[in-house]
Design a protein around this ligand. Sequence first.
Ligand code: GMT
Length: 375
Amino acid sequence: MKIGIVCYPTFGGSGVVATELGLELSKRGHEIHFITYNQPVRLELLGNNVHFHEVNVPEYPLFHYQPYELALSSKLVDMVKLHNIEVLHVHYAIPHAYAAYMAQKMLREDNIYVPIVTTLHGTDITLVGSHPFYKPAVTFSINKSDAVTAVSQSLKDDTLRLFDIKNDINVVTNFIDINKFNHDFTDCQRAMMATDDEKIITHISNMREVKRIPDVINIFYNIQKEIPAKLMMVGEGPEREPAERLCQKLGISDKVVFFGNSNEIDRILCFSDLFLLPSKTESFGLSALEAMASGVPVISSNTGGIPEVNKEGFSGFLSNVGDVEAMSKNALHILKSEAVLKQFKTNAKLQAKNFDIHQIVPKYEAIYQDTLNKC
Ligand code: GMT
């Protein structure tokens, strides 16, 4: 199939999922066209069946806001015509499904029908979508898609609760290429980050308020009071600076490393002992899955789709949002005993295998085929 993929090309989970999906589909013989405003961050290899088409938004002083959706719709029309794209897979209802619908209507004028598959990732539903201002556009975009998927059962339930949805929603969970994370790096740089007796705790996110960054710092503060430990903070976002100030205030700055955005998540996870994800909400929690695939147990909140990913008492522990004390206690339970830590590391890897890319991607292929059969 010739498949157009529209996503946010940033470090966020939805962009990562869209990119990994496109790459895997290309390996399976499909021709993939990424259509977005920047080359997706994890898209390193362009080749015969992987193409990137940049959406340019011309700057007109007349416009107070430059119309990205309009530029995207026009680009989609042009690319569908030029490359005979058969299916558009858009990640996020707004603005991507919305723009794709406009493209679909324009293409209809030339008797071309291209089905739209929309994947919901969470932020558009739980945070942005539920804002009354966007509700009509989100509802419309979902209902007008030819197929809709959600990355967890919890996100599907939230969508049905918050919006008046007439379409079926298929749960197709996020996935991971286990082999990519099954590393035995000969150059795993643990020794550069910590001494042998120190445990390494890691958090990866775009450091927005929803990630509850102060909880990450406070959990680590409690951990390091009892055992030697270091904290690796990976990612950029508005909560980074306040977090650095909190570390200073608590007197733990020398034990916390802020990396900024990284394309080498696997290299950081390879020396991590524990992953923290105390978010206020997560439709899925891809970073937790990436940690588990690297054999890193997860201490998380029990909200949204996280319980579908992290299994209580097996791959880690889950607590109520904001319960820093319980999360610290559980973290110490895992970290204090080498035997317990070893068991949780093994379990984390086992749990991650349930989300193997090779089991999940055929589900998308079946959905694409189904929409084509209905054309
Ligand atoms: O919240 C983020 O880190 C970014 C956001 C995104 O749009 O990329 O992540 C959402 O989609 C990911 C991939 O499906 C999920 O793993 C995240 O849980 C989800 N974030 C939220 O629901 C807050």
